[in-house]
Write a protein that binds this ligand. Structure first.
Ligand code: FES
Length: 60
């Protein structure tokens, strides 16, 4: 995935987003219903970079 300098990205950590790997705020309802505390992982790169994004909470 290409990340652009000085753009804020919010990566999903709960695995429920319909726009993986980017958070679509699905975690909010899930947290309310299941008493969990998922939050997105926010990254603002200081240069243009390519990254590989993986999570154990996402289906492959
Ligand atoms: S939807 Fe998964 S962390 Fe926001």
């Amino acid at each position: 995935m290409k990340l652009s300098k000085n753009i804020k990205y919010s990566f999903c950590t709960c695995g429920l987003s319909k726009t993986l790997p980017i958070c679509d705020h699905s975690h909010r309802e899930h947290n309310l219903m299941h008493n969990t505390n998922y939050k997105s992982l926010k990254i603002t790169p200081d240069s243009n970079v390519n990254v590989e994004v993986r999570s154990s909470t996402w289906e492959s």
